[in-house]
Design a protein. Structure first.
Length: 176
């Protein structure tokens, strides 16, 4: 009987030794997988930021075009409307990027990299702020377009930009 107890004890110790030797490897593999996931989210978020920046550039070009069209209210109103649309698209891209930065931060935490996680959270906050700014600027552009369409008596176009401006303001209120 004493021999049976010794065999059971030996098997238990051997099992524990194997388990402890495998656990660190699994943990390391998990951390590496989390790091890869974090880096992928980070890459996608950076691409979204680039897209948002492109929409911002397009919006500024259209706004500038509208100011060069002095006296041509219809063309100026249309350019301002398009500029507002570009700001809206920029805001959407910034919001998506913010969520992707948050996913990156979570994965960096799982990968035991708190510095990268904090950086990603900072980038998420910056993207969120940029999204709100773009919505505000878009609403302002729509209001300018509304004035142009008002001067022409273009009720259909005026209503459309009023609705877009209201949508932007509603989204801003939801983002708080």
């Amino acid at each position: 009987m004493a021999g049976g107890w010794l065999v059971k004890r030996s098997v238990t110790l051997l099992t524990m030794a194997l388990l402890f030797s495998v656990l660190p490897q699994n943990y390391a593999a998990e951390r590496e997988t989390s790091r890869q996931e974090a880096e992928q989210w980070e890459e996608v978020a950076k691409l979204r930021i680039q897209a948002a920046s492109g929409h911002e550039v397009q919006a500024e070009r259209k706004r500038d075009q509208a100011f060069r069209l002095v006296g041509n209210f219809m063309a100026a109103g249309d350019a301002l409307d398009i500029a507002g649309d570009e700001k809206y698209l920029a805001s959407e891209a910034y919001q998506i990027a913010s969520k992707q930065w948050e996913k990156a931060a979570k994965a960096f935490k799982a990968a035991a990299d708190p510095d990268k996680a904090n950086d990603a959270l900072g980038d998420a906050a910056a993207a969120w702020s940029a999204a709100k700014r773009a919505l505000r600027e878009g609403a302002d552009l729509y209001k300018m377009a509304e004035e142009q369409f008002e001067n022409l008596g273009e009720l259909d176009k005026k209503i459309k930009v009023i609705e877009k401006s209201a949508r932007n303001i509603e989204r801003l209120m939801e983002m708080r």
